[in-house]
Design a protein around this ligand. Structure first.
Ligand SMILES: [Fe+2]
Ligand SMILES: [Fe+2]
Length: 286
């Protein structure tokens, strides 16, 4: 009898207590997003520092852009396995994702590797993935690409509308890697999605910007998170090679630089009840 009452009590009151507790205590999900991992200097930084960052910052989900993991150009199955092995939960990408053809089949078995969603549907891979963070919260990760000075793709704004409409409404924590060249296109995406996603963070230029903020309706934003790789370079490539190209306009053979390795990331704190960002900060290892 007592046991029966106790079971009924927990059945009737447990959901109410859970809701009350959530009203009283804000449950927060901490997302780490690491900017474009460039070649072996970038991968080494992740290998050496990711676990320490996760522990020190109480990270629940680790995301990184990996379009430059293979010598600066694309990613291979071996390197994707290596990066997941370090503890990254989701890898996003961009225009360089197609540089290594051997990655094409990898997408089928590894949906945690994303390519920009607004490339043609028939291409390998997908641009959205729902993953359970370490605190049990389901998070939607979206990868989109800009169109100005970039390969021709479908409209990223309308694609974002479609992807968000298809996400289950109870997935409140929503993160967008917007891979684009223009600061203005990236800011436009931030404002377009303000209040509909938890964060819009830019990638691709490999130059971190200092406009880290939370937009009025709760979307964390930074125009570009920057590169994780060799900064004694021109956006990751050996500076002498790129200088030669600018001086002569002749084709050159690109080679990753080796020195000046820095990790650039952002950490976004999200209220998992509302999906609104409550904090964003840059995190750099130099
Ligand atoms: Fe990149
Ligand atoms: Fe890119």
């Amino acid at each position: 009898m007592v046991a029966g009452n106790s079971r009924r009590w927990s059945r009737d009151w447990a959901p109410f207590c859970g809701r009350l507790l959530r009203r009283l205590v804000r449950f927060l999900t901490n997302l780490l997003f690491i900017g474009d991992i460039f070649a072996s200097p970038g991968r080494s930084l992740v290998a050496r520092h990711l676990r320490d960052i996760v522990v020190a910052e109480n990270i629940h989900l680790s995301i990184a852009n990996a379009e430059n993991a293979a010598g600066g150009f694309g990613i291979t199955p071996t390197l994707a396995d290596e990066l997941f092995g370090y503890g990254l939960d989701v890898l996003t990408s961009g225009n360089h994702i197609w540089d290594k053809r051997e990655i094409f089949d990898y997408f089928v078995r590894h949906p945690r590797l994303l390519r920009p969603a607004n490339y043609a549907d028939e291409l390998p891979g997908c641009g959205v993935f729902v993953v359970e963070a370490r605190n049990g919260v389901d998070c939607g990760i979206l990868n989109l690409q800009g169109r100005t000075h970039m390969p021709a793709t479908d409209c990223p704004f309308r694609k974002a509308d479609g992807l968000l409409a298809a996400l289950p409404a109870d997935i409140k924590v929503r993160f967008v890697d917007f891979h684009a060249e223009l600061t203005s296109e990236k800011m436009a995406m931030g404002w377009y999605l303000d209040g509909r996603v938890s964060a819009v963070i830019g990638t691709h230029t490999h130059i971190p910007t200092a406009d880290t903020r939370i937009l009025p309706n709760g979307t964390a934003y930074q125009t570009d998170v920057g590169m994780t790789g060799p900064y004694h370079s021109i956006i990751g490539v050996d500076k002498d090679i790129i200088l030669q190209r600018f001086l002569t306009q002749m084709p050159v053979r690109m080679e990753a630089a080796r020195h000046g390795a820095e990790l650039h990331a952002v950490i976004v704190q999200v209220d998992e009840e509302t999906g609104r960002a409550t904090a964003i900060k840059r995190h750099t290892v130099t």
